[in-house]
Ligand binder design. Sequence first.
Ligand code: AHR
Length: 335
Amino acid sequence: MRSCTPISHFAGTSSRKSLGPFLAMVLLLFFCTWAEAKTYRIGFAQSDTAESDWRKANTESFRDAAKELGIDLAFKDAGGKTDVQRRQVQEFIDQKVDVIVLSANEINGWDSVLLAAKKAKIPVVLSDRTIVLLPENQSKGLFVTWIGSDFRYEGRAAGAWLAQETAGHCNIVEIQGPVGAAPSIERGKGFRDVLGLFPGMKIIASKPGMWRADQAKEVMKKYLKDEGANICAVFAHNDNMAFGVVEAIEENRQLGLRPGKDILIVGVDGGRHGFELLIEKKLNALVECNPLLGKIVLKVATEVLQGRSFPPTMYMEDKVFTMHNAAQAFASRKY
Ligand code: AHR
């Protein structure tokens, strides 16, 4: 019969040597519970929660994930002002948070505050928005990793869908995001990557709509007056601006054009209301940009503190939805 080794056996023997493993285990247990018990304080510098439905869902995903993961989330919102956001990141450094998560309002001008974070030994994780550092700072590891969607792919996917739908012949109005914001720059480039292959596809007008339906609506009202039925399609850089375009077209009784039929509309984000308009056939296609980054970014941030390393870029998976496949996917939309 195999004799069971009582824990006392382990503790029984009087030789010091035998206590070693026991002490080690006690220490290990202590460390694990201490590490588990440690509540990390993570500073999240958000660009502007009020700018779009996407950003609201993004902010909520961080708040929910922080609760779930037991993280002390210090949240600051820059209200769309980049100088305010830089100041807020500096405040996180002064408050000695454990990690800084940055969703940069604009791509440029982050070198000095990220150098300060590095000096303070506070790791920085970029969420959603990419930044561009000065050449001399690009190899200094000023951020651990970036997690988000491939904005250039999104622009290309929108262009490719439109090229197929119009057999490569279309006069296009583009409603961009704010100048200087990574998604505006990259989606614009990606879209033009595809247009460059189709001489029959032309951008006849392009203007920022600041991510907002009301501003995009005003821009589109003017273009309807200037270009009217000459417009074949609109590329809106996000859902909310696409909603403003639909309203502008519907309210222009004089032209009597129908959104999604007489004027094609392709957008980016793919939130629930966007899906509703796809199903109503008022929007034609939406390239998904998933805002639910909270959990993965905060998990990565905590694992960085536990010494884990990550690749410099981590992409979310995004799909293209059209008026033909939106209904099937609608029920599963989480944002
Ligand atoms: O960075 C992602 C973009 O920011 C979304 O496409 C837009 O809706 C948001 O405001």
